[in-house]
Ligand binder design. Structure first.
Ligand SMILES: NC(=O)C1=CN([C@@H]2O[C@H](COP(=O)(O)OP(=O)(O)OC[C@H]3O[C@@H](n4cnc5c(N)ncnc54)[C@H](OP(=O)(O)O)[C@@H]3O)[C@@H](O)[C@H]2O)C=CC1
Ligand SMILES: O=C(CO)COP(=O)(O)O
Length: 378
């Protein structure tokens, strides 16, 4: 029997780990899709409120939660018997939590990352951290990403997402579970592009928040969003992503949602920086997870390793470090080097910064000068 002939069935019992705004919302999505959901909250009083009061007033005030969603603060109780496990905690805490999760997984349990960060010390994507920290096959790991501002979805405003896994069958099973009357999941197998899309749009949203906080208008923001997408695409493609993924829901879609909404914590953190608050003050004021703040440094390191220019992310890091005045931010007007600026669309239809195109031209000339043969088109 071919893999494609195998019938994909949705899970009956699932666990969601992390009862913050996204974990609780995703638990509701899965419950409204028909699954029996157990949501792990690390605080017993919150678990009690969710199960008995059908509310999570800390994170989703005013939202009623469905009957087939209950909560526990006991990890083993949440995990035992779960066919799918969805993880939604701050990225920097994932590795430590995996050690506690591992003993409770069955041999075919599917593990899905809902997180949009990279690990600070290693630069690893969340699915890579999961692969290192859990004794499971890559085909059982999936990620979900897209324009998914939690509170809008908790209010059942319609939206869509992408579920990605190295195994199409796994992606399909997760997408089936995460589809209901207001939420639609599409599938792909580009895990790298899907994951990096979610990480990188956070950094552009911080930049948008900064210029908003300074008081700059729509031209500035539109320029940063447009150039930001080029930066995201250059980076993700350099790490093996398909460029189309970055122009889909997990890239452009999420970039628009996050840059446009005051619900976005990354956007909010940027706005506070733009209004003159220091990085330390912003961290103190944010009582929810703004992943972009922790992702800036590892992403710049990864960019450097592959020679990708990221002027927007670089200027965000300078504002965070206090070495650039927010009002001087104009990342779309600069490049990492003194090469020509602008953009052009290459013959393969992919939009690249002219500086990276310029890099290719320069390399070709260097080759010719060094007698390295004919200039090859990129
Ligand atoms: N909110 C959104 O709209 C979306 C968020 N995401 C992603 O989901 C992930 C989680 O974000 P979100 O739910 O918004 O964050 P929140 O800040 O709303 O919630 C964080 C959750 O993680 C728990 N937590 C904090 N520290 C730890 C720890 N050390 N170990 C275990 N659990 C911990 C918190 O528990 P406690 O309450 O006890 O502190 C809380 O349940 C992020 O990667 C984010 O990028 C993705 C799409 C949409
Ligand atoms: O990922 C999100 C929307 O898709 C949520 O963005 P924030 O983490 O900035 O709130």
């Amino acid at each position: 029997m071919k893999a494609s002939d195998k019938k994909v069935v949705p899970p009956r019992r699932v666990a969601v780990l992390g009862a913050g705004s996204w974990g609780t919302t995703f638990a509701k999505i899965l419950a409204d899709g028909g699954a029996d959901v157990v949501l792990w909250a690390r605080r017993p009083e919150l678990a009690r409120e969710i199960t008995e009061g059908r509310r999570n007033s800390d994170y989703l005030p005013g939202i009623n939660l469905p009957r087939n969603l209950r909560s526990t603060s006991r990890l083993a109780e949440a995990l035992t018997g779960a066919e799918h496990v969805y993880i939604s905690i701050p990225s920097q805490t994932l590795r430590d939590n995996l050690a506690a999760i591992a003993p409770h997984l069955g041999p075919t349990t599917v593990v899905v990352s809902l997180m949009k960060g990279v690990e600070k010390g290693t630069g690893l994507r969340m699915s890579e951290v999961i692969a290192q920290g859990l004794p499971i096959d890559e085909s059982l790991i999936a990620v979900a990403s897209g324009p998914n501002l939690a509170l809008e979805i908790a209010k059942e405003q319609p939206t869509a997402a992408v579920v990605s896994s190295a195994s199409l069958e796994t992606a399909q099973a997760v997408a089936m579970a995460a589809t209901n009357r207001y939420f639609r999941s599409f599938v792909n197998t580009d895990v790298i592009g899907t994951e990096f899309g979610g990480v990188l749009k956070n950094l552009i949203a911080v930049a948008i928040g900064i210029v908003d906080g300074v008081g700059y208008g729509e031209n500035t923001k539109a320029s940063i969003i447009t150039r930001g997408l080029v930066e995201m695409t250059d980076f993700a493609v350099a790490y093996g992503a398909h460029p189309e993924t970055l122009s889909g829901l997990a890239g452009l879609g999420d970039l628009i949602a996050t840059c446009e909404s005051s619900l976005s914590r990354n956007n909010t953190a940027g706005r506070l920086l733009g209004q003159g608050y220091s990085f330390a003050d912003v961290v103190k004021q944010m009582n929810q997870t703004a992943e972009g703040l922790a992702s800036v440094a590892p992403i710049l390191k990864l960019a450097e390793a592959r020679g990708v220019e990221m002027p927007i992310v670089r200027q965000v890091s300078q504002v965070l470090a206090g070495t650039l005045e927010p009002k001087d931010i104009a990342p779309h007007l600069t490049t990492d080097s003194d090469e020509p600026q602008g953009e052009r669309t290459t013959d393969d239809g992919q939009t690249r910064s002219r500086s990276s195109v310029w890099g290719s031209i320069k390399r070709a000339f260097d080759q010719l000068r060094d007698g390295g043969g004919s200039a090859r088109r990129d």
